[in-house]
Design a protein around this ligand. Sequence first.
Ligand code: PMP
Length: 356
Amino acid sequence: MERPHNFSAGPCILPLEVFEKASQSVIDLDGSGLSILEISHRSSAFVEVMEKARSLALEHLNLQNKGYKALFMQGGASMQFLTTAYNLLEKKAGYLDTGTWASNAIKEAKNFGEIEIVASSKESNYNFIPKNYSIPQGLDYMHCTSNNTIYGTQMKSFPDSDETPLICDMSSDIFSRDLDFSRFGLIYAGAQKNMGPAGATLVVVKEDILGKVSRTIPSMMDYKLFIKKESMFNTPPVFSVYVSMLTLEWLSRNGGVSAQEKKNRAKSELIYSEIDRNSLFEGFTGKEDRSMMNATFTLNDESLASRFDELWKSANINGLHGHRSVGGYRASMYNALPLESVEVLVDVMKHFEKTL
Ligand code: PMP
């Protein structure tokens, strides 16, 4: 059976060769006769996997030897909403409110200190990224969400402040484009988009921003402890870390983040040009804020939905329905999605126009 064109928003497509290697390793890890799932996380084989995954993450972000550590933690990005505040919020932090995930982060952080919402696009159902705000003085940190998965907006520029550490939820666009990652004090991302299976959460933190809060931090949330224990304070999510390592190796073999960015740009230009050309469809977000990862669009005439749905489903396309808070359609085009899948979708949109 041919694999479907998988536009799922996450968990989502990963490279087929990663699935193949991962499935082999469930039976026999590198000829050891043992499954990746049955060896000790303290065994040298797994310690090597963890070290490789952590060092590749830093390498792909160009953050080696710059005072950063990469950690794998658990609880998803949602746990990082509070873990960041636990570790970094003493008095007051600033947040950009750019969507559901950002507002969830705000809600959790409010348990630990004063939160100033520096800018928000909530009034227009988060269909753009706020701009022209200034960062207040005296914040412990400033938090933003680089890609808003539900709405399909992506930050193209970031808050700029020398004295305020910038914290970023990059769950849905990590490793998809080149940025100056050294501008960030801390980056976190759930694995289940561009990296691996759900279960592991990548945290990349600049060590010198830690150790400044007065509260006691529970062990499972303590970045300093996780650094000291090299992400092995307790049993890590071994399979998720292993598959993340395989995906990061795949990324290296394919030219790294900058080569991937070119591919992602080509995919997103193709879909957005069709959304703009085809009078049956309308893009959901402001053009300048469009995401390369998640393209959101609606039908101008909702009554055509069942006919369009039938067409894309019969073209072996999966996961195109929009999130319930936006409606319409969302084409998620993560790193492993080939350009051909976007070509198939665009052909379906063109064909649909002709059938009317
Ligand atoms: N932040 C963003 C940008 C997301 O897209 C998601 C999930 N889709 C989350 C946070 C929540 O992640 P998790 O399910 O890993 O807690």
